[in-house]
Design a protein around this ligand. Structure first.
Ligand code: NI
Ligand code: MN
Length: 236
């Protein structure tokens, strides 16, 4: 599809950098230095305007604190994670919950359902309550909508996400074990009917065996275009 000035860079695993037509830089689920698939060039991000965190697991918020402190960008997450980050010294957070929409200029961010868990591992290894996991639908200045599913299994209310927000681009986990595997993700494509789908959350750990090849095979015949990126690669 035509992205009209939008640039999406996959930084490996579930981490994406979205550069918007209005020159805003949004980082979703920042996990940079500790992320084995994040290219070193992206280990430190500057000029970030907005940080979105889908849930409390380290592979989604591992670098949220650091990027927030380095850039001053507000962190949008569920209420519990926002409060947790405030206590770590992050000055600007927006705690919200599913069904809510927050606006940043002409950009709108809506929190939607995910079927997963959200505990935050503290430094001593114990787990803090991280609220409920979520996904985000981001509507950009040019009207393009991007759905980042977070970590999730497929759920039939993905049909509601399509009816309410008609995402143009869906970023879907396919690795299995902790999330959908290609089989469930292919069904998610049927429910969401996006113009483009970009698979994520595979290959990072040994347990994440779902492959883009298997996913491609299963969505053959759908009208959705599958874009397989390498970490660091841009879709625009
Ligand atoms: Ni997770
Ligand atoms: Mn994960």
């Amino acid at each position: 599809m035509r992205l009209e000035g939008t640039r999406l860079t996959w930084l490996g695993h579930a981490t994406f950098l979205v550069e918007t037509p209005g020159n805003q830089r949004i980082v979703i689920d920042p996990w940079l230095k500790g992320n084995p698939s994040c290219p070193p060039a992206f280990h430190q991000l500057s000029q970030v305007n907005l940080i979105l965190v889908t849930h409390g697991h380290f592979d989604h918020m591992g670098s949220a604190h650091e990027v927030a402190l380095a850039t001053g960008a507000p962190v949008v997450s569920n209420f519990e994670i926002a409060t947790y980050l405030q206590q770590l010294g992050v000055a600007s957070t927006v705690g919200m919950n599913k069904g809510g929409t927050v606006s940043f200029g002409e950009i709108q961010v809506t929190m939607v359902r995910a079927d997963h868990s959200s505990g935050i591992t503290r430094e001593d290894g114990s787990i803090a309550y991280g609220g409920e996991p979520a996904g985000f639908v981001i509507t950009l200045e040019n009207g393009i909508t991007v759905y980042h599913a977070g970590d999730t299994n497929v759920f039939s209310d993905m049909a509601l996400i399509r009816e309410l927000y008609s995402p143009d681009i869906a970023l879907l986990p396919i690795g299995g074990h902790f999330t959908m595997s290609p089989k469930e993700a292919a069904y998610a494509v049927r429910l969401l009917q996006p113009k483009t789908v970009i698979p994520m959350h595979y290959g990072t750990f040994d347990a994440l065996t779902g492959s883009p090849e298997a996913f491609l095979d299963l969505v053959k015949g759908e009208e959705t275009e599958v874009v397989v990126l390498k970490p660091g690669e841009v879709y625009q």
